[in-house]
Design a protein around this ligand. Sequence first.
Ligand code: GLN
Length: 508
Amino acid sequence: MSTDWTRKTAAELADALAAGETSSVELTRAHLDRIAQVDGPVHAFLHVDADGALAQAQASDERRAAGGPASSLDGVPIAVKDVLATKGVPTTCGSRILEGWVPPYDATVVARLREAGLPILGKTNMDEFAMGSSTEHSAYGTTHNPWDLDRIPGGSGGGSAAAVAAFEAPLAVGTDTGGSIRQPGAVTGTVGVKPTYGGVSRYGLVALANSLDQAGPVTRTVLDAALLHEVIGGHDPLDSTSIDQPIGNLVEAVKQGSSGDLSGVRVGVITEMSGEGWQPGVLARFQDSLDLLTKAGAEVVEVSCPTFVHALATYYLILPAEASSNLARFDAMRYGLRVLPEGVADPSAEEVMRATRDAGFGPEVKRRIILGTYALSSGYYDAYYGQAQKVRTLISRDFANAFEQVEVLVSPTAPTTAFPIGEKVDDPLAMYLNDLATIPANLAGVPGISVPNGLADEDELPSGFQVLAPALADDRVYRVGAALEALLAGEWGGPLLDRAPALEGAAR
Ligand code: GLN
């Protein structure tokens, strides 16, 4: 029987390529075939670039034959969230307003993928401009969770997470402004990493909120995330907030963690992230994971971060403020859609702009533009935006205090498992609550990982375990994440995704 390459991890694919057991063209074809087979019902992709991916795969094979792969992942295919500019390949941000826009340049992350030789399979679905926790706010239809097609895959990066969970891609890139890599990871049983703010370039990442956005890996294993992080991370002179320091040896940290030994590591459980509103099964899985970490030698203690209860409110002032300003560039003149107002003979620029933005933006985007414009308006600025910035400082201080006591902080990644499509889409506050545990890290700029840590309650849907570390200590989240992954695999006898039931359903 021939090997099913789509079932392999990126590290395994890289090894198979290095050993000459396969070619990048073969791997890329296998994933394109899988996409053709299952993406109808899953709808993880907005655009599949089969020709482009195969041409890059061909180039990778030629490079290897000529004696030198460009990187450890040369030839391993990848999917990219549709919020990153890809030269010559449509980029919509899940919005009608960018329908048909083909960027004339690559985001730095994308340029690094190309330089490292990873064929780009296509662009993945997302909530419009990365606003949401379910991918239901995409203007191009929702993505379905491969574990249960009637449920959400998380958001905003549900497309990237679902593509990886459904074995359509071994790797994907997501972006995380308030949880959009980690929460989809939790509800699809995949690994998601939000790097330290400034650790991965934002150049060419269509901005939602500049002070919060960070691109990062979406994978099936912690090792794959580290391999990808090392490819996309590091200083970029094109991004003024990029940190000019080495990102550390993340793969080494994974190796260290995989031994399953956490002797002497102090792990802080965030007191504020449990109790009312948290699904009992999610809390039970979290406790199981804590027990495993304790058995592995970690010292698990409780740490209170009292200001974290204000993180959600703070985020929903700062994010809309930044977003409303960023989205002003979609003015019907520069990019994508242009709608002429009906019945107006000689419309002014403002009338065209109004008609275009009215037709081009969905309800969640409009809601946030209104919120942000209000929070920034004179007379309200100090009361809302200014106040939120002060609370943001307090949240960073809580992190700093906590990290004096422990090396990492942990919590469940999301308060619930995947909920049914349609359940929260008309209830913005219920939707916002999904990011309760992930938002503090964005406000403080610290790194975080979500590792799949079991199936919760009678629905048997995946839950996620979040590990947070101080800024620039991304290696710690990899070490502890890898340790937990190894300990859990020992318990389960294999990766969690092997138990994903609806994958056959997806192929129907
Ligand atoms: N769900 C959050 C929001 O809607 C986070 C989004 C994100 O991380 N891009 O803003």
